[in-house]
Design a protein around this ligand. Structure first.
Ligand SMILES: Cc1ncc(COP(=O)(O)O)c(C=O)c1O
Length: 362
């Protein structure tokens, strides 16, 4: 039997799982883990089996309420990763074209290609603060484009897409009978300032998100899609072919986490507020870097003006026990991604080490 789908793998995910670990870690894009002891969980609150069929109703209801929609707009999924997979599978057939921002989170492309989609790109440019330019989107649409795929905040740059821009992209999509998927996993990191999810801009918008990045709750795998009920219905049936149901204890814990999200948020905000000033000081001190500093979020994506980012990455690992994400994972090899969601003392030392390595390479 010949193997099918031989390209079904994600170089970025393999890197993130197997090679991004370091004592001084600037390679993560989320805030550090929130501990179970920070939630009021008692063992008797948990159970192994429970009433999960097409999602656990109390979880869907909490997510609906949090996002200003109804439960029939919500599909729960194993992280934003499976949420994206379900959203793609529900909107794209093999051979369809999908317009994706560049640079982008590599897994979006791997998943689309696995599903047989043809991927086209439009540029988000540093000189334009990595904004989405609707004219650029429009120029790259074709009669075969079924979906436009965006991340907000943008991974890897942290750039925010404002509502007028989302509306303009939505109009372009609608005119051609296409949908817009907005991955909002980093928009959650605006916390109290988070704008309404893009589902409120029209029936042809889908939103994916999770409790992973902004809250440090990755292990719960609490992700979701927000979409119109025809699409959510389709996704629930597709999910029957994948995971069938989530782990019930994780759904119970996710409900507890959502009921206590204020405490989780307070810790995350405090961490990011403490880690931003050293990041800004570092960037200002480096004439060898060109950068766009986003207003929000956990990452920045500077460009090394001269020199080799792969060599920087090697030096950082071998001599400085420090990790960044080389821009080659985002198809922009002159850039690298710095994440500031880690422990504050560790992040400060990591930035000092990054400075030392940059000096050494000059
Ligand atoms: C844009 C984007 N979406 C989704 C994910 C995956 O999130 P989750 O851990 O919830 O599956 C990531 C992880 O890096 C991401 O950057």
């Amino acid at each position: 039997m010949s193997p099918s789908r031989t390209c079904a793998r994600s170089p970025y995910m393999e890197y993130a799982k197997l090679r991004s670990e370091a004592r001084y870690n600037l390679a993560t894009s989320g805030v550090m883990s929130y501990p179970l002891s920070g939630l009021p969980v008692k063992l008797e609150d948990l159970e192994i089996n429970g009433p999960t069929l097409y999602g656990y109703t109390p979880l869907r209801e909490r997510l609906a309420q949090r996002n200003g929609v109804t439960a029939d707009n919500v599909v729960t999924a194993a992280g934003a990763s499976m949420a994206n997979h379900l959203a793609f599978a529900a909107t794209v057939n093999p051979g369809d074209e999908v317009l994706v921002e560049h640079p982008t989170y590599e897994l979006l492309v791997s998943t689309l290609e696995y599903l047989g989609a043809r991927v086209r790109y439009f540029e988000r440019r540093m000189e334009n603060h990595f904004r989405v330019d609707p004219a650029e989107v429009d120029r790259n649409m074709t009669p075969e484009t079924r979906l436009i795929c965006l991340t907000n905040l943008h991974n890897p740059t942290g750039a925010l897409i404002d509502e007028p821009t989302l509306r303009a992209v939505g109009d372009i999509a609608k005119m051609r009978g296409a949908c817009v998927l907005v991955d909002e996993v980093y928009l959650e990191a605006l916390y109290d300032e988070r704008p309404k999810p893009a589902i409120h801009l029209g029936d042809h918008f889908l939103v994916t998100s999770s409790l992973t990045k902004a809250f440090g709750l990755s292990g719960l795998r609490c992700g979701w899609v927000l979409a119109n009920p025809d699409l959510t219905d389709r996704m629930w049936h597709i999910n029957d072919l994948y995971g069938v149901n989530a782990a019930y204890p994780a759904e119970l814990l996710s409900v507890i986490a959502l009921d206590n999200l204020e405490a989780v948020t307070a810790r995350a905000k405090q961490l990011l507020d403490a880690n931003r000033p050293p990041l800004e000081a570092f960037l200002k001190s480096r004439a060898d870097l060109e950068y766009f500093l986003p207003e929000y979020g956990t990452v920045v994506f500077p460009k090394l003006r001269n020199g080799d980012v792969e060599a920087l990455d090697r030096l950082l690992r071998e001599k400085y026990e420090t990790a960044i994400v080389p821009g080659s994972y985002f198809d922009m090899p002159q850039h690298f991604r710095i994440g500031i969601g880690g422990d504050t003392e560790m992040t400060g030392i990591a930035l000092e080490r990054l400075s030392a390595a940059l000096d050494e390479l000059r």
